[in-house]
Design a protein around this ligand. Structure first.
Ligand SMILES: [Zn+2]
Length: 378
């Protein structure tokens, strides 16, 4: 399976290479058909590629073509190079139903080309058409079957919830609930620090270094899994309890990427934002919204995030002074006081979108309404 991974990565990176040198005006970078023809030539030439599965290698090219098309449609980042030890995986489509079998309650087995039957711990798989095998940094193998679960039916109670995602509190609900995802425990943090010190003392390329790296990856994987588990539970819970779920429309990619800036135009508050990035990633915002959209299909609305933290959810007054601290919100106009994140969640639930000029707009981009209140937007 490591060979499959290495060959899929090799083919993917070659495709990346061909597209990386393309600039507007030059001859078009080769598409899938041309690349598949080149793959046939490469297989004739290199015994290493020939020994592997042509299906796996072609699939890597198809995945790349799909990734490029997603990139051009603006729904995904540009596909980038895969790195050994980090992006290990390959995909198999057109899986025959007899090639995925359930052995008992706990285990199933899947037929992998050129490898044979591979047993796996069964969690969920129905009507499987394709799967992806990956090896994570902690050296554990996973098999993921592509099957989008049925969305959870709406409860039909007409209730709307607003969800404010944050750092100190992972998610605040307009109902007043504050949800915190467990990050590293004290013990895990200590162990991680100790391992990182040990790693610094290891000689490059040594076996000891590889062992320490794997141990670090295992600690980190535990936290990642905890976060994913939390996201699954929260998203299911929200999809079951509320008819409509409103979340902030934050461009997470912009927030996580632009902090450092460039040499000519260095970013502002770099250290602060880097800390924020860690928090964002630790809380898994993007994943939470993505899972909500799967589970509560068509019932998730994104609301512009501007001023949700400065606006009073009781009277609508917007002022930076309203936000007294990270946690405390107290309206300077009407005196309404509340947890700052819950106040923001209530604004999001109300679907209040505020334009840059500070005028309140009804949800759904309808015709301008009379400004709700005179506001002093910064
Ligand atoms: Zn107020």
């Amino acid at each position: 399976m490591l060979e499959h991974c290495a060959q899929a990565r090799f083919v993917w990176n070659l495709a990346c290479e061909q597209h990386a040198h393309w600039r507007p005006g030059r001859a078009a970078a080769p598409g899938y058909n041309e690349q598949a023809r080149q793959l046939t030539e490469a297989r004739a030439e290199f015994a290493w590629l020939r020994a592997g599965s042509v299906t796996v290698q072609q699939q890597a090219l198809r995945d790349f073509a799909q990734a490029m098309s997603s990139f051009f449609r603006g729904i995904h980042r540009r596909p980038s190079w895969r790195k050994a030890g980090r992006d290990e995986g390959f995909r198999q489509v057109g899986v025959k139903s007899e090639h995925v079998q359930r052995l008992n309650r706990r285990y199933g087995r899947v037929w992998v080309l050129k490898v044979g039957w591979v047993r796996f711990r069964w969690s969920r798989a129905e009507g499987v058409k394709s799967y992806r095998v990956t090896c994570d940094r902690a050296g554990r193998w996973h098999v993921a079957f592509a099957a989008i679960p049925d969305p959870i039916p709406a409860p039909g109670n007409g209730q709307t919830v607003g969800l404010d995602r944050g750092i100190a509190v992972s998610a605040a609900l307009s109902t007043g609930e504050l949800l915190v995802v467990a990050g590293f425990s004290q013990g895990e943090r200590r162990r991680l620090r100790r391992l990182q010190r040990r790693l610094a003392r290891c000689a490059r390329g040594s076996n000891r270094r590889a062992r320490v790296k794997a141990a670090i990856a295992r600690v980190k994987a535990r936290v990642t899994e905890r976060r994913k588990d939390w996201v699954e539970k929260i998203s299911t819970d929200l999809a079951r309890r509320f008819d409509l779920i409103r979340v902030e429309d934050l461009d997470i990619r912009g927030m996580t990427r632009s902090a450092k800036g460039t040499v000519e135009r260095p970013g502002r508050n770099v250290g602060q934002k880097a800390g924020l990035n860690r928090g964002i990633l630790a809380n898994g915002w993007g994943l939470l919204v993505a899972r909500l959209q799967h589970k509560a299909a068509g019932r998730v609305r994104k609301v512009r995030a501007a001023y949700t933290s400065q606006q009073c959810s009781a009277c609508g007054h917007i002022a930076p002074e309203n936000r007294q601290s990270q946690a405390v919100f107290r309206c300077v106009a009407c005196g309404f006081a509340c947890h700052a994140d819950v106040n923001a969640a209530r604004n999001i639930a109300a679907g209040r979108a505020v334009t840059a000029r500070g005028a309140l707009q009804p949800l759904g981009g309808a015709v301008n309404r009379e400004p709700h209140l005179a506001t002093s937007a910064p």
